[in-house]
Design a protein around this ligand. Structure first.
Ligand code: GLV
Ligand code: MN
Ligand code: MN
Ligand code: MN
Length: 394
């Protein structure tokens, strides 16, 4: 089994990897991501898993054994721009390795087991995170999704047929293994942890509009500079999030006309905000927006804030989390909240009892090429996942 895990991991390593940064570019429906999807189908076929896909590009490999509600496990194969190797693929490779381990142990599940890959978990191409799982659960309608466009103006409806999904119809429980994206497990000295909840999370577009003008001849007091309003908004977001003990990030910005010698005409920036409660999230975004609007009126610019997506907090099934956490020899795995979004959150919110396992990340860094997990820790994760699946299908 260790050999299977390492072989699969080695297979995936070069796909979509930038030689410049060492990070990954695996945006949905691009060549590297499609190559990974084809690789996944091959791996399922080689294991005798029945492959089922839906009209959105989500795929499940079914181990048709036993009867009744299925136990599904898996994650995603897409990455953020210049992402790490583990966010997503670790959950898919571990799921396949857990099936191998169960079979090597001679386990015969009394319920079907599926290994899943959901498309566009990161929202790095079409802007909406967990796109595939939102479509598969039906919380997002295809008519709303098909018009989402990427940065080149390509619509989702242009790259995938769309339609419907019955992939989750027989699913009774979902388990997602994921690399840890912070440093809680390092601090706690644990190889594996279990998720208690996902913080609420929103993405908001800030459209700052001013007036283009000459960078040399325009007096400083005569400018209507949206970059200035934007810059002050970034500072305000950082300060307010720190004061409130929450998270606020401007990680994406587009400037027009983007020339060195012109005051910009407009700045569009995206705020990613995450808080411990839904109310705290609403309050944080409202304070940041109010400060930004106030600044805009002083700068002679204007601002429109649009909530592009807001996901409420998710509390995972506590009994399931406790059972997964108790499932090892050295004591209980820590049960910890996470500030990262996951397909598991979407399935849980859709009413499917769901659990998440995290594997320690020694750097504590994620959404970066520096994301890490050691092979021994990954193998502890595979074994914990196999134990969980075994118990859920006993
Ligand atoms: C996705 O990984 C997110 O939490 O943004
Ligand atoms: Mn992920
Ligand atoms: Mn991610
Ligand atoms: Mn995620």
């Amino acid at each position: 089994m260790p050999d299977d895990f390492e072989r699969m991991w080695t297979d995936l390593a070069p796909v979509g990897r930038s030689t410049a940064s060492g990070g990954y570019f695996r945006q949905p429906f691009t060549t590297p991501e499609r190559e990974l999807s084809a690789w996944f189908v091959e791996q399922c076929t080689a294991r005798g898993l029945r492959v089922e896909s839906d009209d959105f590009g989500n795929v499940v490999g079914w181990w048709d054994t036993g009867s009744g509600p299925a136990v599904l496990t898996g994650s995603h194969l897409d990455s953020v721009l210049d992402g790490g190797a583990y966010d997503g693929p670790l959950g898919v490779v571990s799921a396949l390795a857990a099936v191998d381990l169960m079979r090597a142990r001679g386990v015969v599940p009394t319920r079907p087991v599926g290994v899943s890959v959901f498309v566009e978990e990161e929202g790095s191409r079409f802007g909406l995170a967990c796109l595939g799982s939102r479509l598969a659960t039906g919380v997002l309608d295809w008519d709303a999704a098909r018009v989402l466009t990427d940065r080149d103006g390509v619509a989702l409806g242009d790259v995938v047929a769309g339609g419907s999904s019955s992939l989750l119809a027989s699913v009774g429980t979902f388990v997602e293994l994921h690399v840890e994206q912070g440093r809680d497990l390092v601090d706690r000295g644990a190889a594996v942890g279990v998720a208690s909840e996902i913080w609420p999370h929103g993405r908001y577009r800030f459209d700052f509009t001013g007036a283009a003008n000459h960078a040399g001849t325009t007096r400083m007091e005569d400018r209507e500079d949206p970059m200035l309003t934007y810059a002050m908004t970034v500072l305000a977001a950082n300060k307010q999030a720190r004061l409130a003990g929450q998270r606020a990030t401007f990680g994406r910005v587009a400037v027009e006309p983007n020339g060195t010698n012109a005051v910009p005409s407009s700045v569009t920036a995206w705020l990613d905000a995450r808080c411990s409660t839904d109310d705290a999230l609403a309050e944080l975004v409202s304070v940041i927006s109010a400060q930004a609007s106030d600044r805009a009126s002083r700068d002679g610019t204007s601002l429109v804030v649009t909530a592009e997506s807001v996901s409420s907090s998710v509390a995972f099934d506590p009994a399931l989390a406790a059972a997964v956490a108790a499932d090892h020899e050295g004591g209980d795995w820590p049960v910890i909240p996470t500030q990262a979004g996951h397909d598991a959150g979407i399935l849980s919110a859709a009413g499917i009892p769901t659990a998440m396992l995290f594997v320690r990340n020694p750097t504590g860094i994620s959404h970066s090429p520096l994301e890490q997990a050691s092979i021994p820790d990954c193998l502890v994760g595979v074994s914990a996942l196999a134990d969980t699946l075994e118990r859920l299908t006993a």
